[in-house]
Design a protein around this ligand. Structure first.
Ligand code: CP
Length: 330
């Protein structure tokens, strides 16, 4: 196994673990997945506590972290600001300092643009225990670990020469966070994938994230390109990952954002576009998806869709990171 010295570490961004540390996470996740399938218990975090603070709603993240802690022999507290003194203005320092004296890990979801990641950094600064990013305004690192585990299960660990398309889609009623495409373009080139990012001009990613993604690709010897045409992007792709996000690098005004989204109604993943991709291409989405707006039922329910494998792997990668950071050898 690769480096396992992750005890006590935070996981806040896609750049926090080295390549060999990522390999250790994938190794452990695969082992835990196998044991889970066999009904073997693995109480690696017996009697340990994770505090989960959700500033936003969640189905997959909340339940996979909580189930994961149970399966590891510990317990997760499912917390929201309205049930904490955060609602009366208690700051991140006081919350983190106190919770980290009670338990063994703190996990936060806070996606408000311009606030979420800053809050997580403040929690991490004052926590004595590992802090996990369950999605912020900039990154969704556990989603992307699960996505990469899923892609490696399908195509093998050598992804050289495989192309992933990270494409914007239209979803006219909601300005979604930008964190999933940003984390994807940071992580995918590190693991050997050639990345094509496709979006209308106003839906560009944060410039510093795109610059980091280019640097990651250069260092890994993989490709990174940006196009403004969904059909062009899909041609020959092995992994298509179309999802909506807001024009947050251009405007944080909700009405302006919705008006920009409505400018581009044709950006939907359908059968015609899937046929532009490679014959063995897979369709991915982190969920929840706006069915028949972002993607047709035929595609998301079709044979190329691996969305439920992605969702399942949230459980296994999160257990691996928790076991290695909250447990592990001293
Ligand atoms: N993909 C994801 O993070 O899903 P939830 O919002 O349901 O947690």
């Amino acid at each position: 196994m690769s480096s396992t010295l992750l005890r006590g570490r935070h996981y806040l961004t896609d750049m926090d673990f080295t390549d060999s540390e990522l390999e250790a996470v994938f190794d452990v996740a695969a082992d835990l997945k196998k044991e889970f399938a066999l009904g073997k218990t693995h109480r690696l975090l017996r009697d340990k506590t994770l505090f989960m603070i959700f500033f936003d709603h969640s189905t997959r993240t909340r339940n996979s972290f909580e189930a994961g802690m149970t399966q590891l022999g510990g317990h997760a507290h499912d917390l929201t600001p309205d049930r904490l003194q955060i609602s009366h203005g208690e700051n991140a320092k006081d919350t983190a300092s106190v919770l980290s004296r009670y338990g063994h890990g703190i996990a936060v979801r806070h996606t408000v643009f311009g606030e979420g990641h800053k809050y997580l950094r403040e929690v991490a600064k004052h926590s004595r225990v590992p802090v996990f990013n369950m999605q912020c305004d900039i990154y969704h690192p556990f989603q992307i670990l699960a996505d990469m585990m899923t892609i490696r299960e399908r195509f093998g660990t050598n992804l050289r020469g495989r192309k992933i398309v990270v494409s914007w889609t239209s979803a006219p009623n909601y300005v979604r966070p930008i964190s999933v495409p940003q984390s994807l373009v940071l992580m995918a080139p590190r693991l050997g994938l050639d990345v094509t990012l496709a979006h209308p001009p106003e839906f560009k990613l944060m410039p510093e994230i795109e610059a980091q993604a280019r640097e990651n690709a250069q260092r890994a010897g993989t490709k990174f390109e940006v196009v403004h045409d969904m059909d062009e992007a899909f041609r020959g792709a092995h992994v298509v990952y179309p999802k909506s996000w807001g024009p947050l690098a251009v405007t944080t005004n909700k009405e302006e954002g919705l008006a920009l989204i409505r400018k581009y109604p044709g950006w939907c993943c359908d059968d015609r576009r899937m046929r532009l991709a490679a014959p063995e291409a897979v369709y991915m989405h982190p969920l929840p998806a706006d069915r028949n707006i972002e993607v047709t039922d035929e595609v998301i329910d079709g044979p190329q869709s691996i969305v439920y494998d992605q969702a399942e792997n949230r459980l296994h990668v999160q257990k691996a990171v928790m076991a290695l950071t909250m447990g592990g050898r001293p």
